[in-house]
Design a protein around this ligand. Sequence first.
Ligand code: NAD
Length: 304
Amino acid sequence: MATILDGKAHADRMLEAVRQGVEARKAKGLRAPCLAVVLVGEDPASQVYVRNKAAACAKVGITSIEHKLAADTPQAELDALIDQMNADPGVDGILVQLPLPKGLDSKEALHRISPAKDVDGFHPMNQGLLLEGLPGLRPCTPTACMSLLAHHGVELKGLRAVVLGRSEIVGKPMALMLLEKHATVTIAHSRTRDLPAVCREADLLVAAVGRPGLVEGSWIKPGAVVVDVGINRVEDEALAAQIFTGEPKKLVALRTKGAVLCGDVRFGEAMLVASAVTPVPGGVGPLTIAGLLTNTLMAADQNR
Ligand code: NAD
């Protein structure tokens, strides 16, 4: 049986390091770091994410500010708010919660955030620094995955890594970070031919696709480390019966609650083949917020 890589426990370690960093600032007479979050519209999932971020900030002593804008806010108004936060010396980190409602251009908003305050690490300047292997604010999810792998002593040098998914948020930066650590990296995606065969080459498989249970046990090389970034909601019992083999609790939860969360990897099958696997929930999910607060502290320390 594979080892479960406990993301919640590692997120707690990362958050404790942030809390200590905030304390160290205070000991030097500096103010607490401040994260400003912009939420446009009423998307329920985004509301939950923003609430969770504020709660995590409170736990580690980071000040959080929330700007709630109506779904029909014009781009010019969103841009003006970003300009105002860029100019505010009391704000260290700016996060525009995605997705933005129709009619708003998320690239325009993200590119407007000052690179020094871009705690999501999505600004082209920060993406360019990552490409060059230079320090900067880096995307939270892959950064936190790298921290989890380092904590568990996964030796990346020379390893065959396959990253499933090529988004700017997860897949591409994850591939660059693995490359920086001397892994041999393949990026696979929706147009990749014979995906199972490509995955089977991986000593480290990172799945960031958004397709419930896409990765079957037979796609995993025996002894591989599997990091499952996907967070998917499953309501369909027939699909659940296919992808939750060896996970009877998931099937029971689906019947009682009407829906369950799962990753891109069939966890029950992966547990029989891999050497280590992140669960969903409780794997990469909690790490992302820890990565965000780590970036907020870093931005505050660099800004002043
Ligand atoms: P995205 O939709 O931007 O990108 C998905 C990628 O998967 C694309 O590059 C696409 O080419 C690839 N893909 C789609 N279908 C495929 C298929 N059938 N086979 C192979 N590749 C396929 O998604 P994203 O923002 O990178 O997120 C991916 C998943 O990770 C989602 O489930 C998302 O909810 C989750 N996520 C989790 C966290 C976290 O905190 N754990 C953070 C970000 C994203």
